[in-house]
Design a protein around this ligand. Structure first.
Ligand SMILES: [Cu+2]
Length: 235
């Protein structure tokens, strides 16, 4: 009996070990699980004309699921050079509205095919000039700030044409990543969305490369302060 028990305990202990190739099929299965594509929700619109989060880090194969909240917005691909103009052959959700009382949410899902930065904006009215832009796989926090600033510096947006680079669908409101603004509620006071990302944890943000490091250990106070980086908002 004792022998059986200790064998069982050993088996449990082994199966609790981190997956290694030498563990055979169970390790293989764990590896496949670890690489499974993630669905990353991004809320478009709502109480403010924003993408939330406005920065996501995604692997090739991951799916960005834009969920369209209050208002009428688009998720349209652009470029750092022309933030509010659709990129030729780029991704475009088309306009997807959300009205008070809706029990479903319009979505646009796109598969990430590269880890290069993908710049997105909303082509509705002045939303892009208000800073409704985001980056998938930005090079760092500074790139988000640069992109928002560049968008705010444009005169007007250019509409996308056909839906491209993803698929539109619907999900139940109860499964959405947001709670809609109360019916009849006006926009936010002032109306302007924040230019910078709201605080959130993203330990993998490659922002550190922008941080000036004192190589000779004689950093002045001002240099030390510069090490603080804006935090990226990502899932
Ligand atoms: Cu918009």
């Amino acid at each position: 009996m004792q022998l059986i028990l200790s064998s069982l305990l050993l088996a449990v202990a082994v199966s609790a070990l981190p997956a290694e190739p030498m563990l055979g099929t169970s390790g293989l299965r764990a590896n496949i699980r670890a690489r499974q594509a993630k669905v990353i929700p991004v809320v478009v619109g709502g109480p403010q004309d924003t993408f939330n989060p406005n920065s996501v880090t995604a692997a090739v194969g991951d799916i960005i699921q834009f969920q369209f909240s209050n208002g009428n917005h688009t998720a349209t691909q652009s470029s750092l050079e022309a933030p509010c103009t659709p990129l030729n052959g780029g991704i475009n959700s088309g306009h997807i509205p959300f009205k008070d009382g809706q029990t479903t949410v319009g979505t646009f899902s796109m598969v990430v095919s590269s880890t290069d930065p993908i710049f997105m904006f909303c082509s509705t009215g002045p939303h892009c000039q208000e800073g409704q832009v985001m980056i998938i796989n930005p090079t760092g926090a500074q790139q988000i700030l640069d992109f928002v600033k560049a968008a705010q510096g444009t005169d007007k947006s250019v509409e996308g044409t056909a839906i491209a680079g993803g698929t539109t669908s619907q999900i139940e409101l109860t499964n959405a990543a947001f709670v809609p603004a109360p019916a009849g509620a006006g926009g936010p006071p002032g109306g302007a969305p924040p230019a910078a990302a709201p605080p959130a944890a993203n330990a993998t943000a490659p922002a550190q490369r922008n941080a000036p490091e004192a190589k000779n250990g004689t950093a002045k106070e001002g240099e030390k302060k510069e090490k603080r980086q804006p935090v990226l908002l990502a899932f």
